[in-house]
Write a protein that binds this ligand. Structure first.
Ligand SMILES: N[C@@H](CCC(=O)N[C@@H](CS)C(=O)NCC(=O)O)C(=O)O
Length: 296
C-alpha cells in the first residue's frame, strides 16, 4: 500500500518549485523583450541622405532637451551657426566608432563631432573660428577639450552613477523600454559607464572630489565668458556650440545635479549664455521636441 505524503510536504515541494520557475519565466520575458526591442531599433526605416544635405545621426529629444548628448547638441548648433543644410536622423544607430553623432554627406560618412566639423568646414568653406587670433584659437581649443574630455565625464557620472533613477525617466533609450527590461538595461548601462569612468581615470575619485573637478572647470569657463555675449567676444565660435551642448544638458536635462545647481546659483552667465544660444539658433526648439517625442 502506497504511503500518502503529508500535506505540508506537498506544499513545501510546490513552493520550492515555484521560485526557480518564476525566475526562469522572468529571465525569458526579459530575453524576449530585449530581442524584440533591439530588432525594432535596428530595423527602423532609415532616412536616406539627400545630395548636398548633411544627414545628422544623433540621439533623440526626451522632452527636456533636444538631445541628451552634448556632442550632438554641439554639432547641431554648429550646423545652424554656419547655415549648413542638414536633416536629423534620431535614434541609436552608432557610428563605426560606436558613438554618436556621425554624419553622412554625398555618400561619405564621418564620425566624431570634431572630425565632422573639420570635414564640413572644408566642404562648405565655413570657418566658425576664423575671426579669432592665434592666441584666442589656442585658448578656445584648450577650453573645448577641457569641457569635452573632462567636464563631460562628470555629467556621465551624475547620470549613470549618482542618479540612475532619473536616467531611467529621461534617457530616450531607457524610457521606451518595457518593464522589467528597462531596469536590467539601466543596471548594465550604469556598469558600462562606470567602466568608462574608471578607464578615463575620473571614476577613481570620490564623488566629492569628482564634483569639485566639475566645479573648477565650470568656474574657469564662466570666468572666460565674463560679461561677453559669446565666449571669445562678439561673435560665436565652435566653443560656444560646445559650451551650449554641455551646459544645456546640465541645467535642463539633469537640473538636480550638483553641476546644474552650481550654474544656476553662482555661474549665472553660463545659464544666460545657454538662453542666448537657444534664442539665436533654436527658435524651433520646443516644436522640434514635440514633433520628435515619439521617435521610436
Ligand atoms: N568625441 C566624440 C564624443 C561622442 C560621445 O561621447 N558620444 C556619446 C553620446 S554623448 C556616445 O555615443 N556614447 C555611447 C557610447 O560611448 O557607447 C564627439 O565629439 O563626437
Amino acid at each position: 500500500m502506497a504511503l500518502e505524503q503529508p500535506v505540508e510536504y506537498n506544499h513545501l515541494f510546490y513552493s520550492l518549485l515555484f521560485v526557480p520557475c518564476a525566475l526562469i519565466f522572468v529571465v525569458l520575458v526579459i530575453f524576449v523583450q530585449g530581442v524584440v526591442f533591439f530588432v525594432r531599433l535596428n530595423f527602423k526605416p532609415k532616412k536616406t541622405a539627400r545630395k548636398g544635405v548633411v544627414l545628422l545621426h544623433q540621439m533623440p529629444p526626451n522632452g527636456r532637451v533636444l538631445s541628451v548628448s552634448p556632442s550632438c547638441l554641439k554639432l547641431e548648433t554648429y550646423l545652424r551657426m554656419c547655415k549648413i543644410p542638414y536633416e536629423s536622423e534620431y535614434g541609436f544607430r552608432m557610428s563605426r566608432k560606436g558613438k554618436v553623432p556621425w554624419i553622412e554627406l554625398n555618400e561619405k560618412s564621418v564620425t566624431d563631432s570634431n572630425f565632422i566639423v573639420r570635414f564640413l568646414n572644408d566642404e562648405f568653406h565655413v570657418y566658425p573660428d576664423v575671426h579669432l587670433s592665434a592666441e584666442e584659437k589656442a585658448v578656445a581649443h584648450t577650453m573645448l577639450v577641457t569641457l569635452e574630455e573632462n567636464t563631460y565625464w562628470t555629467l556621465i557620472y551624475y547620470s549613470f552613477v549618482t542618479d540612475i533613477a532619473d536616467t531611467r525617466i529621461m534617457s530616450p533609450f531607457l524610457t521606451v523600454m518595457p518593464f522589467p527590461l528597462k531596469y536590467v538595461m539601466s543596471w548594465f548601462a550604469s556598469r558600462y559607464m562606470q567602466n568608462y569612468l574608471w578607464s578615463h581615470g575620473i571614476g577613481r575619485h570620490s564623488s566629492e572630489d569628482l564634483y569639485k573637478i566639475a566645479e573648477e572647470d565650470l568656474r574657469a569657463v564662466s570666468q572666460l565668458l565674463g560679461n561677453k555675449k559669446f565666449v571669445m567676444g562678439d561673435n560665436p565660435c565652435l566653443l560656444d556650440a560646445a559650451l551650449f551642448g554641455l551646459v544645456s544638458v546640465f541645467i535642463w536635462n539633469v537640473p538636480r545635479s550638483p553641476q546644474a545647481k552650481l550654474i544656476r546659483s553662482q555661474l549665472k552667465n553660463l545659464e544666460q549664455h545657454c538662453y542666448h544660444i537657444k534664442e539665436e539658433y533654436f527658435p524651433d526648439w520646443d516644436q522640434l521636441m514635440l514633433k520628435h517625442k515619439q521617435w521610436f
